[in-house]
Design a protein. Sequence first.
Length: 246
Amino acid sequence: MKILDGKRALVTGGSRGIGAGIAKALAAEGASVVITYERSEEKAQQVVREIEEAGGKAIAIAADSADPAAVKNSVEQTVAALGGLDILVNNAGIGRSGMIADIKLEDLDAMLNVNIRGVVLTSQAAIPHLGQGGRIVNIGSCLGERVGWGGVTVYSMTKAALNIFSRGLSRELGPMGITVNTVQPGPTDTDMNPADGPAADGMRKVMSLGHYGTVEDIAAAVVFLAGPSGRQITGTAITVDGGLNA
Ligand code: NDP
């Protein structure tokens, strides 16, 4: 018996990085999983194959989180394919850096639309399908609480918004037995923030542990919240940042 046997999960942005790690970890604990992606069809199918080879069930759906119709459709497709929904992980996110004076309108809109509006709309579409014991986990960032350097102001603002979104939504969904939390990664080795990238040494210097996290580190916190261990945890944030915000 696995802790998520019979559970049905939707993970946005599951073709690569943290989302792929979360999808695999949920499936390894018995959940059936749908992942969405924007462009990486082949990588998404590879995640599906890996989950199936490990004995799990997974489906990939192309859905741009910035497109309201695609978001609604992806939730409907998920519910139809899995026969319902128990766990929503709002993971899809983008980072565009630049000092505030230089941020382009298209970058501002892209971050607001994917990192905030997409999360609100995905949740709105998913909530009617979640019942007692349902879970929403939003992937924020340690930058949503403390910002240690310039050039990431707008991105950090979008992640701070998720922190408060989770807290507010926990009030609305608590009476239905649904928990809502944020997991706030710190530097985690992915395409977005490679451990051998130009900014990596600077980040390691300000982390208590001095090394990047892995996607499995973030996925472990999501599984913890999604499973029975998370039943009394709602309206809060778990930061998995190697002590960057300490
Ligand atoms: P990656 O860039 O490595 O992967 C992003 C994933 O999100 C991909 O699957 C991508 O799909 C998907 N995605 C991006 N834009 C969209 C969109 N418009 N619609 C649907 N899917 C989309 O990022 P990470 O794995 O590093 O980040 C995952 C989450 O964790 C993000 O919310 C990020 O902000 C957060 N985070 C990451 C940290 C890090 O150090 N890595 C630190 C703190 C927070 P596709 O492959 O099709 O492009």
